[in-house]
Design a protein around this ligand. Structure first.
Ligand SMILES: [Zn+2]
Length: 482
């Protein structure tokens, strides 16, 4: 039996020498060539079948061809001498990854057509050209220890074993270690200790720079079930005005009211982006200037994305680390963006996307799992902002511009987001206590569903605050850089 594992990616920026960069580009080109070859074969197969259908051949007798990587790779190997006589000058891994990626794309198309795949419909794979994303994957890691240099600052680049190109054969020594601008010590340590296994490495030219992305298998050590303990709990309301509003303020992360500022990374750079776009539109396509400006724009977008990610990482590490239960609401982000676009609120849909809610939830989920903590996602149809967190009265309407929630029933006046966050937390609590009470043989009053040496007081529902102050430990002061 396979051990349970989770996959994660470790990305490090690369700093190749000009000779290495040339080799990387040739690998990317080779991978693309193999990808296009595979797609072309599949396309030709579809065309023959169509032709045969038209000439009246029965469905069962049509020419069959398996599109799987298992069938395509041997086919590629049998013809590569003919279609790619240069194949000895690139590593076979680059070529194989092209075939494998195309096979995956074809499989996705097939499954989508048959309705076996969730999400947006997937079309027949497009051919790639030199303006498409440049990447290749190195699989089959046989000697893992050798992938990192002794100083943990270099990654091994696989060189073609039977190369004929003197630019490669004469410079093997200089080519085989790629310098990384970040240390690989942590990754190397985890791999050597056996905690992580490197599954593949994808090297790509992304947002104006070369990077290596390690796909890592993390072996899951079985933890005590997180379902028993409630622990410190926090409700999180996500928004655009404030990126998040927490029911429990965290020092160094949120203000006293629990608001986490939305840094709006994109807004800061909008002027520069617009300027670059203007300059680009005046350039001749294909000129050196055009290429340079495109690169500058790519780098700027890359920087925005990385800054956003860094901020989100800080937030999610704190939340997942300080609280054992985090309650979120399920947001229909695609729907929100669509709606605001329809209302020509372009700035709002841009802000929604800039905030990175999906990434926030993704990070929070895996970080909580790592720590044996849990994430509760509340139903998106629950009226968290329209309901009074104090008495439960629901308002018929609440405009987005109303920042303060005023209850007509109990007269409470609260910040809109704070009110929503409390509702989210209370709903999370309700879901959890229901879940606990359904554990066989246990009554709801044993909140933790395990026998305790002291008595647990029954949970007072709907009054999250009082419950909170009784059971939660004070949150340790957190410094994200520690
Ligand atoms: Zn009220």
């Amino acid at each position: 039996m396979d051990q349970p594992y989770s996959l994660r990616a470790v990305v490090v920026p690369l700093d190749p020498t000009p000779a290495q960069e040339q080799l990387l580009r040739s690998y990317c080109g080779a991978s693309r060539f193999a990808y296009n070859w595979t797609v072309a074969i599949a396309k030709a197969n579809l065309d023959t079948r169509d032709e045969e259908r038209r000439s009246g051949i029965k469905e069962v007798d049509l020419t069959k061809l398996s599109w799987s990587a298992w069938s395509m790779t041997p086919l590629w190997n049998s013809v590569k001498e003919e279609v790619a006589p240069w194949h000895r000058d690139v590593t076979k891994h680059a070529l194989c990854s092209g075939v494998t990626n195309a096979a995956t794309a074809l499989k996705n198309y097939n499954e989508s057509k048959k309705g076996l795949r969730k999400g947006q419909p997937v079309g027949f794979p497009n051919f790639k050209n030199r303006h498409s994303k440049q990447s290749f994957t190195l699989i089959q890691f046989d000697r893992v220890g050798n992938w990192f240099s002794d100083d943990s600052r270099h990654v091994r680049l696989i060189l073609p074993r039977f190369a004929t190109d003197p630019r490669i054969t004469r410079r093997r020594e200089q080519l085989q270690w790629l310098h990384t601008t970040e240390s690989l010590r942590r990754l190397k340590g985890k791999v050597i200790s056996g905690e992580w296994t490197v599954q593949s490495v994808t090297i790509s030219f992304t947002s104006g720079r070369w990077q290596a992305s390690f796909s890592v298998r993390q072996h899951v050590i079985s933890r005590p079930s997180a379902k028993r303990r409630l622990g410190p709990i926090v409700g999180v309301d996500l928004g655009v005005k404030h990126l998040a509003t927490l029911t429990v303020p965290v020092v160094g992360l949120s203000g006293a009211s629990g608001h986490v500022t939305n840094p709006r990374h994109l807004d800061d750079e909008l002027v520069r982006l617009a300027k670059l776009d203007r300059q680009l539109s005046r350039c001749v396509r294909g000129s050196k200037n055009h290429a340079q400006l495109r690169l500058r724009r790519q780098r700027l977008y890359g920087r925005i994305a990385r800054t956003r990610n860094l901020y989100l990482n800080r937030l999610t590490t704190t939340l997942a680390g300080s609280f054992e239960t985090v309650v979120l609401e399920d947001l229909n982000i695609a729907g929100m963006v669509k709606k605001s676009k329809k209302n020509t609120a372009k700035a709002l849909s841009r802000s929604i996307l800039d905030a990175g809610f999906f990434e926030l939830r993704r990070q929070l989920t895996y970080k909580a799992e790592d720590r044996g903590h849990r994430i509760v996602v509340r139903n998106k149809f629950y009226p968290s902002s329209k309901m009074c967190s104090h008495c439960g009265e629901t308002k018929a309407k609440l405009a987005l511009s109303d920042r303060v929630f005023e209850c007509s029933n109990c007269g409470i006046s609260l910040d809109r987001d704070v009110n929503a966050a409390r509702n989210i937390r209370d709903e999370g609590l309700r879901l959890l206590t229901n879940e606990v009470s359904t554990v066989a043989g246990h009554q709801p009053e044993t909140l933790n569903a395990v026998s305790r040496d002291r008595e647990t007081k029954p949970l007072r529902r709907g009054r999250g605050d009082r419950y909170q102050s009784r059971t939660t430990q004070p949150i340790r002061e957190f410094s994200p850089l520690a």
